[in-house]
Design a protein around this ligand. Structure first.
Ligand code: HEM
Length: 522
């Protein structure tokens, strides 16, 4: 009798658990249109974003697009086990971004990013978020970098020299590693600007370029590959539909991932140690890492005993998490945007010519110091090219927010704990909101006060998200990108090689795939 009962419960229990989970997490909710999701995969396979063998083959954005086409501006979607209500109109974005007491950082970030590093800004809400933001946000404002533009110039010039060593005087030479090259550039630039630490990636690439090794022999320093493994783990936990505790276990037992994590933590510890050795405790912190170090808690045990609201400063573990999280935020998206920029302009020689013309008109030559915000501000066509790149180069589907209380959006009641998305990726390409064809790369749409799209609705363009959880690095990113584009245009013309068939790939963000370009040097 006992054995029969045990055997039946072994068989029945998983079935009950399966149906319970399916009913609780994988059922259409609240009368909002959507596709009935599959267990574990959500809508990923139905939308052909994932194959039956669990390979992600298209981007989530294209899944969102298909759903909007089928169901209109309000629908629900599952990316793996994560459920979102999607509101596609600018007035929805305004509502979501403007109420900071209801719409906060999506809890999916904690369940995914939170697994790969402890407690960094993008995973936090409430008092803990405020503790961290206090040390970070002021150090990323634009004026902080006013005297550091020459550092950006120095790094981008290193990359241009590497390209010259590799490709100059070789008409048929094609660069197939634009993304990794720009990643090394942004890693070095970001860590030097914010942590006063030279990772040495470009110096390493430069040595290799002088050896004339072919691109496939290029071995990066350990940090780049470790970051890729880290990000790949993040992509897996976003899509595999497993609960956080299972993913946590999978990551803890994944040797390759653990080795990569050790490499990353060693790098973060080196950055922190250097800062502690050089820091003058009697002076105000001069950069981001110094600000984080000076906010370290003097007595962690004492702080832990206080209610979260009364705690101040950050712990040593949180400091390492922040350094890693900021490196991730600081290099990945900016380098991808740079790669997309090169891709777009390589197809449009006239856009490159206009940028070069503008630099001439402003008297900017290879020798001009760019340590001057006014001079940078005068390059308005280049601003438009950057804006158009940010509009068209979709890197993520939008801004997800989890509700801290029940709310009504466009007459629809959404409950506390549910997650909504404002999909800026869709609005940035939606023909209803743009006068010139939004699928095309046309910087002129923004150029001049009377330009066709100069007065677009502000909520249809949000590459850095919006509201109180918008990107904290956007000032820095815009500055870095503008200076780098100016230096690129002073030295290089990018040319699309015949038959180039660049596509996109869903990583943690969407990156170019099989992208090739050739270069001519001015
Ligand atoms: C072109 C470059 C960049 C793009 C397109 C970009 C885009 C974004 C987006 C879309 C978000 C989410 C916003 C939302 O949910 O509404 C975000 C958040 C964030 N970004 Fe960026 N980003 C860029 C560069 C940077 C840089 C250079 C840093 C370096 C500090 C950075 C750090 C962060 C952080 C820490 C968050 C989380 C903010 C929070 O949760 O409050 N990003 N970024």
């Amino acid at each position: 009798m006992f054995w029969t009962a045990l055997l039946s419960s072994i068989i029945i229990l998983p079935i009950v658990v399966y149906y319970y989970l399916k009913w609780k997490y994988y059922t259409l909710r609240g009368g909002i249109p959507g596709l009935q999701p599959e267990f574990k995969y959500g809508n990923l396979r139905q939308l052909r974003i994932m194959t039956s063998k669990e390979h992600v083959i298209d981007s989530y954005v294209y899944g969102f697009q298909k759903m909007q086409k089928q169901y209109g501006d309000i629908f629900q979607i599952w990316i793996g086990s994560t459920h979102y209500y999607v509101f596609c109109r600018p007035e929805h974005a305004e509502r979501i971004y403007s109420d900071r007491h209801i719409f906060d950082r999506a809890d999916v970030r904690t369940k995914t990013f939170g697994l790969i590093a402890e407690d960094f800004l993008i995973t936090l809400i409430g008092s803990k978020y405020k503790r961290h933001a206090k040390a970070i946000v002021p150090m990323l404002r634009k004026h902080r970098f006013k005297s550091q533009i020459s550092i950006i110039v120095n790094y981008v010039d290193q990359l241009i020299h590497i390209w010259k060593d590799r490709y100059e005087n070789q008409d048929d030479a094609i660069c197939t590693c634009i993304l990794t090259d720009n990643q090394q550039l942004m890693l070095d630039t970001f860590t030097r600007l914010t942590f006063d630490y030279d990772l040495g990636n470009l110096k390493h690439l430069s040595k290799i370029a002088k050896l004339n090794d072919s691109e496939d022999k290029i071995k990066l320093l350990e940090l780049g590959p470790a970051l890729s493994i880290w990000l790949d783990a993040l992509r897996r936990v976003i899509t595999n539909g497993m609960p956080s505790f299972v993913n946590d276990f999978l990551l803890k037992t994944d040797k390759k991932y653990q080795n990569a994590l050790r490499t990353l933590e060693n790098n973060a510890e080196n950055i922190i140690r250097k800062c502690q050795q050089e820091m003058d405790p009697n002076k105000r912190p001069v950069n981001l890492v110094a600000s984080l170090v000076s906010s370290l808690q003097k007595d962690e045990a004492l702080e832990r005993r206080k209610p979260e609201k009364e705690q101040t400063g950050i712990t040593k573990r949180e400091l390492i998490g922040e350094v890693l999280g900021l490196i991730l935020g600081g290099y990945e998206t900016s380098s991808t945007i740079l790669a997309w920029f090169i891709h777009f302009v390589s197809k449009k020689s006239e856009v490159q010519q206009k940028m070069k013309e503008e630099l001439k008109q402003q008297g900017i030559t290879k020798e001009t110091s760019l340590d001057n915000f006014d001079l940078l501000d005068q390059c308005q066509y280049i601003d438009c090219v950057l804006k158009e790149t940010l509009r068209l180069a979709i890197t993520s589907f939008g801004s997800p927010r989890t509700l801290l209380d029940d709310a009504i959006i466009d007459g629809i009641k959404i409950r506390k704990g549910d997650t909504v998305v404002s999909p800026f990726s869709l609005m940035q390409r939606d023909p209803r909101y743009w006068k010139l064809d939004p699928t095309q790369f046309i910087p002129e749409r923004f150029f001049g006060v009377d330009a066709p799209d100069a007065n677009h609705n502000p909520f249809v363009f949000a590459p850095f998200g919006g509201g109180h959880r918008a990107c904290v690095g956007q000032d820095l990113a815009r500055l870095e990108l503008k200076v780098i584009i100016i230096r690129y245009m002073l030295f290089v013309t990018f040319v699309e090689p015949p038959g180039n068939n660049c596509n996109h790939r869903q990583q943690t963000i969407i990156t170019p795939k099989e992208f090739a370009v050739s270069m001519k040097f001015d």
